[in-house]
Design a protein around this ligand. Structure first.
Ligand SMILES: Nc1nc2c(ncn2[C@@H]2O[C@H](COP(=O)(O)OP(=O)(O)OP(=O)(O)O)[C@@H](O)[C@H]2O)c(=O)[nH]1
Length: 369
């Protein structure tokens, strides 16, 4: 066993020379393989995870089967070995230079050291030299389907001893079981990620279904739904509300003179101005091309007129960004109080008529229904 030190994946084993001194550090010679092995270890996302009874029970079984006081499910990291499960060790990790497992993962089968004190590789290991130090080690490599050894299921004893073949076989079986748990964890993690991605996609779709893509305002469909809800509230005696229909003046000219992309920028600018002017509780929608409809809950007609005036002023004060010469928008508007006794389509028709009147009276003004 001792002459059979292997590097990296066992799929393409490279045997080290039999004459190599047993204490020689093989990690430098296999730096590339070691990087790939560590990448494989990270892929399983097992390091520093919390205790898990499923792994604890496998360690307990190893201890029982091998009649050893210590059993570990150990992963060999770059600077340390970390224990997913430990029985009788009393700690979750040790520095890598105290690791016997780093040698065990280079072994094809179970790596057995009958007396650590008699082995030049481990004789000065603090785990061995300390008072009541360990003397015996046996570890079965945890090997991935593509051949990387991540760690071991191992047992240790305070006495020099051996491990019978049936017990070695069982240690290997336990190592396979640990790998099954790791594969299962991977599958579960993948599934959890997919569920999360699906939830996020569903949320994005729900937002998109309710939003006008160009302006980020509510779209006509979702706003109609909101209007129906508001109508129901009003019919049950809720606070008065107003509706404000807005249409950008001479918008065709914006497109014709500056191009369609500036037209789009102008629509976004109009939406941004609305967001500044309206209350957070108001809902503004893009009702059609350059036409917008706002619901102002808990707002009287007089208060609605103030809001409309604020919007006229805000549009006159700030030009569409990055357009030369400066491009200022104005809008014609129709305003009404939301009458619970009127069918919704009649209310909207009334608003349309008021808006048309605002246009014919010279634009850039608000007409009450
Ligand atoms: N750039 C851009 N233009 C749009 C969009 N939707 C509608 N339009 C344009 O908006 C213009 C509306 O023009 P009209 O209905 O003639 O009205 P107007 O030029 O604003 O004139 P008045 O309403 O009478 O002041 C049309 O040229 C449409 O092509 C859009 O999403 N982007």
């Amino acid at each position: 066993m001792r002459g059979l030190l292997l590097c990296g994946k066992l799929g393409a084993p490279r045997l080290l020379a039999e004459s190599q001194p047993p204490h020689m550090d093989t990690t430098a010679a296999c730096a590339g393989d070691e990087d790939a092995r560590l990448k494989a270890l990270r892929h399983y996302g097992i390091l520093d995870t919390s205790l898990d009874p499923a792994f604890d029970e496998l360690a307990e079984l190893a201890r029982y089967i091998c009649e050893a006081p210590i059993a570990l499910v150990s992963f060999v990291d770059r600077e340390r070995q970390w224990f997913k499960a430990e029985r009788g060790m009393g700690r979750r990790e040790t520095p890598i230079d105290q690791s016997v497992c780093r040698f065990a993962i280079q072994s094809r089968g179970v790596f057995v050291v009958p007396d650590l004190r008699q082995d030049a590789r481990f004789a000065s290991n603090p785990l061995v030299t300390q008072p009541h130090g360990v003397r015996f080690y046996a570890g079965a490599p945890l090997r991935t389907p593509d051949g990387f050894a991540l760690g071991t299921v191992c047992v240790l004893d305070y006495q020099p001893r051996t491990l019978g073949q049936p017990q070695q076989d069982m240690l290997n079986v336990l190592a396979h079981q640990v790998m099954r748990l790791l594969e299962l964890k991977l599958a579960n993690d993948r599934q959890a990620r997919m569920v999360l991605e699906l939830d996020e996609a569903r949320e994005r779709m729900a937002v998109l279904a309710h939003t006008d893509v160009l302006t980020g305002l509510a779209n006509r469909r979702s706003f109609t739904e909101r209007l129906r809800q508001q109508l129901a509230l009003l019919q049950r005696g809720g606070a008065p509300a107003c509706l404000l229909m807005m249409d950008i003046d001479r918008f065709k000219q914006v497109n014709d003179v500056h191009g369609h992309h500036v037209g789009d920028d102008a629509l976004r600018h109009f939406a941004a101005t609305c967001r500044e002017v309206f209350r957070a509780s108001d809902v503004v929608s893009r009702w059609g091309g350059e036409e917008f409809l706002a619901l102002l809950p808990a707002t009287t007609l007089a208060e609605g007129q103030v809001v409309a005036q604020r919007l006229h002023a805000a549009l006159a004060a700030a030009a569409v960004p990055d357009v030369a010469p400066p491009l200022y928008l104005s809008a014609s508007m129709g305003l009404c109080s939301f009458d619970p006794a009127r069918p919704l389509d009649l209310t909207l028709r009334g608003l349309d008529a008021a808006l048309y009147a605002a246009k014919t009276q010279g634009r850039n003004r608000t007409v009450l229904v």
